[in-house]
Design a protein. Structure first.
Length: 469
């Protein structure tokens, strides 16, 4: 075997758990299928020409002062120095024996710093690394994988976005999609840099990635109609730059519970979920805007914009879901005017807020009682009393009033028992506001089902709850 093939191809593509190495491995996996007759060094040569010739050395977000990004390495000089460096790795020039910090394999290892590894320490600041080494020590296979990362990621705003999942097929899908787009753009002469995302907001992008999973990956739509997910899919978005004196990285995460909830909504309640989400976009530069459901657009006195424009605005629902904070106040505001399936609320409360289903069942019973066989004034009075509750004690009095009404109607079975009151209506760890909001949501849901409309106002809504900022 010639030295140019002195590489363990297994460790070029096998998942390791390191996000950047895994992305590079999936890029190499794609390229090995595309160029099966090329050696690894020949693939490095082709990609180097892309980085220098097509992308004008613009890899500053990945590698600091590298053989490509240093100001002195323009044009052919950058190509020659890059090829010389990676040929030296393959020939094991300057290697020492040790364990690769990514693959865990014992063998010849090399120092990795910000010039050849993403989000690492600087070789000049040796106190950053263990034992005052010149870098973290990696195998040539790991360093080669890192070199291919730019082909498998996207530019998202002013930083790079790398999407990683706990499921190999999900990570692989996004990497291969990006590489495929790059290859096609290169073929048509359109590729000038790494791919650019349509989004600038990482949170919105994360939900778009989730939607791509749901629409394209079979694994992502398993058990979409059950309360508890069996297929645990998480998405992690690494938003980073390795450029200059201020390298930064932020992690945006979509837990499996949120992914499952989002999947359930877009599969089983697509139209009402979309309308609900679309009405919760906002932009401080687009004042006095109203949403048009028919045209799926936002309009201000000056202009009208469609989804392609407003999809990059902040969205209250996406923000709260990624923060794992309650979205009930937004659902309540919406359901006062438009139908919204209570099943969505149940899936949300059970999976994300960890509520006992028996609490939700009891709340639905109470809502049915409030609406059933009552005149409009009776419903309005009960809704007003619940809505005006400012403390848990006031909410409790409203519920006891319903208990009394049930007794006075001659119903033998109590509306709720002491045990249900303690364990389900006011359970430990649950905010009384959530119980109040859930009860109001369930009441409005029941009204929508019966085609009943009552005049209500927003008196009593919490003034201390967060607003758009």
């Amino acid at each position: 075997m010639s030295k140019i093939e002195n590489i363990d191809r297994y460790w070029l593509t096998t998942p390791t758990g390191d996000p950047f190495a895994d992305i590079g491995g999936y890029v190499l996996e794609y390229l090995m299928e595309l160029w099966p007759d090329l050696s690894v060094m020949e693939m490095i040569r082709k990609v180097t020409h892309i980085y220098v010739g097509n992308w004008d050395n613009n890899l500053h977000s990945f590698f600091l002062n590298s053989t490509i990004t240093h100001n002195s390495n323009k044009g052919q000089k950058g190509i020659d120095k890059t090829l010389g460096y990676y040929q030296g790795l393959i020939d094991e020039v300057g290697a020492v024996e040790g364990y690769c910090r990514i693959t865990g394999q014992k063998g010849e290892v090399f120092p990795a710093a910000r010039d050849n590894h993403i989000m690492s320490g600087s070789a000049t600041l040796i106190n950053f690394h263990h034992g005052y080494e010149a870098g973290i020590m990696l195998s040539k296979e790991a360093l080669i994988r890192i070199f291919f990362v730019p082909l498998g990621v996207e530019q998202l705003g002013d930083k790079v976005a790398a999407i990683i999942s706990n499921k190999e097929e999900v990570t692989r899908f996004f990497v291969r999609k990006n590489v495929d787009s790059n290859i096609r753009n290169l073929g048509s002469g359109m590729s000038k840099s790494i791919l650019k995302s349509d989004f600038s907001n990482p949170t919105n992008a994360l939900f778009d990635y989730a939607l791509q999973c749901i629409n394209n990956i079979d694994t992502a739509i398993v058990d979409a109609d059950e309360y508890i997910p069996k297929e645990q899919i998480t998405l992690n978005l690494f938003h980073f730059t390795n450029f200059g004196a201020k390298p930064t990285i932020s992690l945006y995460r979509l837990p499996a519970t949120v992914f499952f909830f989002y999947k359930y909504c877009v599969i089983h309640h697509a139209k009402e979920w979309q309308d609900f989400v679309y009405r919760n976009y906002w932009n401080t530069k687009f004042k006095n805007a109203t949403y048009n459901e028919v045209g799926e657009s936002w309009s201000s006195p000056k202009e009208t914009v469609d989804y392609q424009t407003f999809k990059v605005w902040r969205n209250n629902i996406f923000d709260k879901l990624t923060e794992e904070k309650s979205i009930l106040k937004y659902i309540l505001k919406y359901i006062k005017l438009y139908p919204f399936s209570f099943k969505i609320v149940e899936i949300y409360q059970i999976n994300i807020m960890h509520m006992d289903k028996r609490t939700l069942d009891k709340i639905k019973e109470l809502a049915f009682f409030v609406v059933d066989e009552r005149n409009e004034d009776g419903i309005k009075d009960n809704v007003k009393n619940i809505n005006l509750a400012k403390t848990s004690s006031e909410l409790s009095r409203s519920l006891i009033k319903l208990l009394k009404e049930n007794y006075e109607l001659g119903n033998k079975a109590p509306l709720f028992t002491l045990e249900e009151y303690v364990y389900y209506l006011f359970p430990d760890g649950t905010s009384w506001r959530d119980i109040r909001n859930l009860l109001l949501i369930a009441i409005y849901d029941e009204l929508h089902k019966r085609n009943l409309q009552i005049e209500t106002n927003d008196e009593g809504e919490d003034e201390d709850e967060d607003t758009n900022d």
